[in-house]
Design a protein around this ligand. Structure first.
Ligand code: BGC
Length: 684
């Protein structure tokens, strides 16, 4: 890219640092705008990248300033978070991970990319690839769940979806995989706290999705806010330079997280902004998001010989090369020709994907699909369209979202609704009216859980139960119901610890946050139009005290033996989760048999699946491996594959999964979830 070299040779230091700076737009009532100050900076070439500005009008206007009024006419790069949709909001990533369906993961990213591009954006700060085993951490909602194999498959699909076959494609946006690395393991699940883990754990669990992202050609990577083993990720030379750039071969752009370079002072590793800027640049961070550390600090750092001009130039090169790959130099206005909005087609996808992400946790006596037509819909999340967007609403509008109530009414059910209590708070005065509603109904549906903003960034929770007085509302309804079926639709950005609720309800549907078509998706499943097929990508604890809880544990020297007190256990709760990884019922009834392996490289692992139930449904099958390695311990189960099959009643089929031949002896496990009792096994 000779013209980039030529451009860099022409640039002043201030213009170079402008290309390494990303500034946020402000919001006005009419939408995103930027301040006159920032416009001047764009004119003078000292801001080269923006976040949080979208819409064909505003993006075109601001791009025009860069192209027509700045000395070197370098196009701006515009980025925005589209974690689970842009205008059309799809289920939160944790819910989507439970589809175990790479084609579906890709399809929602594709729509999000088209919508971002239509709005004049060039980059999205997604996918979020932080594996997490701690539901206290609110950002578990944004990621792929507890397993690195799932995280890696999720990474590949999302990057294909966002970036399409070429970044130059008019409907493609650059993906920015985040947050590298280990953020999902913050101490005690508390947001922004430190992380500390062995090299083995880092490589086995937290790095694989990022390696997969790099292999899939991800354009950008964002380091985590957190420090890992004493070194802040924003200044982490071994991980950013040696592992990410060296070992993984990443040559794209590294963008700091919001204000993260300035926060190196709080971490206690930098004395002033110049030192912070030098630490980040020397670790390989190309773009400074919102610290203004590069523009203010790097000139001072240069004077102090803390950084070299060659490293600044190399960072500028990477930023300009990305703009080139996005084809911005040729045609800076090619994206953002017309605003996009929610369309009938994108809604149809959101509805279908939303329905498939719902996880049926319990269904005693086939309570679902609902036979009754006259339903008391109780709870604060029944009429909460805006919350259905989840914690990263993107550019989705609350008025575009379908509530459960609306969905059920449109499905033709006779519904009456009273919230009973608020999501949070102490007021129980509405409970009596809610109970009155139960008298006259054939069935009761409780819509309970978290508000959208109780998960996501800065939303850690130490208590994993229902917020506010919702459990009391539920208990009162269970008393009052006196035998009438009571189903629960549970909304959350994380697995909740709600054993009493689950044991008293006849049916429980974990809905996470299904997105803008929530009400339709939920009605489709409750009425039996769609058989639920979502599987939880993360273990559900019985109590917060079990956290972190995940299937990939090592056996330890004293694995639990009920007949031996001195083996690994709690004295007050079982070791197992309430619902294991992969758990989820359907309206079918599946039986797995005849596990076999056919030789080859890869091996073909086959299992027969029969639907013994009365309704068509989809089954998900997981392949785990247990391998021994001399001198080191390994997880009892390592996920190596997953597959799906749709079967009519009495139909039988075969799922085939592939596996690279393991070195040495190993045991294979195949089943519908990670609970040992549900698995078929075979030694190979
Ligand atoms: C978050 C990032 C996000 C950025 C820009 C930060 O607070 O940690 O995940 O991409 O803001 O919105």
């Amino acid at each position: 890219m000779i013209h980039i070299d030529r451009l860099i040779a022409e640039m002043t230091l201030a213009e170079k640092l402008g290309q390494l700076t990303m500034t946020a737009a402000d919001y006005a009532v009419t939408g995103p705008v930027i301040t006159p100050l920032s416009e001047d900076a764009i004119r003078s070439g000292t801001i080269g990248n923006l976040l949080n500005l979208y819409g064909s009008g505003p993006t075109r206007r601001i791009q025009k300033i860069a192209i027509e009024e700045s000395r070197l006419h370098i196009p701006l790069l515009l980025g925005f978070d589209a974690l689970h949709g842009h205008r059309t909001i799809f289920p939160i990533p944790l819910a989507e991970a439970g589809l175990f369906d790479p084609a579906a993961w890709e399809s929602t990213a594709r729509v999000a990319a088209e919508e971002c591009a239509g709005d004049g954006l060039h980059m999205t700060f997604a996918p979020m690839l932080d594996v997490s085993r701690d539901p206290r951490w609110g950002r578990i909602a944004e990621g792929p769940g507890e397993d690195p194999f799932v995280g890696s498959a999720f990474a590949r699909a999302k990057i294909r979806g966002f970036q399409n076959t070429s970044l130059a494609d008019v409907g493609a946006v650059a993906a920015c995989a985040k947050h590298f690395a280990g953020y999902g393991a913050v101490t005690a699940g508390r947001e922004y706290a430190s992380t500390d883990m062995s090299e083995g754990m880092l490589r086995e669990v937290y790095l694989p999705p990022f390696r997969a992202a790099v292999k899939a050609g991800v354009a950008a990577i964002m380091p985590a806010f957190t420090d890992l083993n004493d070194v802040p990720m924003t200044a982490n030379v071994p991980l950013l330079r040696d592992v990410l750039r060296g070992e993984f071969g990443f040559d794209g752009v590294i963008i700091s997280d919001y204000h993260a370079i300035a926060e190196l002072l709080n971490h206690g590793v930098a004395g002033d902004l110049a030192e912070a800027a030098a630490l980040a640049l020397n670790a390989g961070v190309d773009i400074d998001m919102m610290s203004d550390a590069y523009r203010v600090g790097l000139p001072v750092a240069l004077q102090r010989n803390l950084v070299a001009m060659d490293d600044i130039d190399a960072a500028v090169y990477r930023v300009l090369a990305l703009k080139e790959r996005l084809d911005l130099f040729q045609d800076p206005y090619r994206r953002g020709r017309a605003d996009t909005g929610v369309t009938a087609q994108s809604r149809a996808l959101a509805r279908a994907v939303g329905a498939r992400t719902l996880v049926l946790l319990k269904n005693d006596g086939n309570t679902l699909p609902l036979a009754a037509r006259k339903i008391a819909v109780i709870g604060p999340l029944a009429d909460a369209g805006g919350d259905m967007r989840g914690p990263w609403g993107g550019a989705g509008r609350p008025e575009d979202c379908v509530s459960v109530l609306q969905g059920l009414m449109e499905a033709g059910l006779d519904v009456r609704h009273v919230p009973g209590v608020a999501i949070d708070g102490d007021d129980l005065s509405g409970v009596a009216t809610a109970l009155d509603l139960c008298t006259d109904a054939d069935a009761i549906l409780l819509c309970l859980g978290e508000a959208a903003l109780m998960s996501g960034e800065a939303a850690s929770r130490a208590n994993l139960g229902l917020p506010g007085r919702q459990q009391e509302l539920a208990d009162a309804v269970f008393e009052k119901a006196a035998g009438k079926p009571v189903g629960v639709v549970l909304f959350s950005g994380r697995p909740l610890a709600v054993p009493e609720l689950v044991s008293r309800a006849h049916a429980v549907l974990a809905a996470w946050f299904p997105g803008c078509e929530a009400g339709h998706s939920i009605a489709d499943v409750l009425t039996g139009k769609v058989s639920p097929c979502g599987r939880t990508p993360v273990s559900w604890p019985r109590t917060g005290g079990q956290v972190p809880i995940f299937f990939g544990e090592r056996p330890g020297g004293r694995p639990f033996n009920p007949n031996d007190h001195f083996t690994s256990h709690y004295s007050d709760v079982e070791n197992t989760p309430l619902f294991p990884f992969g758990y989820g019922l359907s309206y079918g009834d599946f039986e797995l048999s005849n596990l076999r392996v056919e030789p080859g490289d890869p091996l073909s692992v086959k299992v027969d699946v029969a639907n013994r139930g009365a309704l068509p449904a989809e089954e998900t099958v997981f392949l785990f491996l247990n391998q021994k390695k001399p001198g080191v311990t390994r997880a009892l189960l390592e996920l190596k594959g997953f597959g799906k099959i749709s079967l009519n009643p009495s139909e039988q089929g075969t799922v085939t999964l592939t596996l690279p031949p393991p070195t040495g002896r190993a045991e294979l496990f195949v089943g519908p979830n990670a609970a040992f009792s549900s698995l078929l096994s075979l030694s190979i």
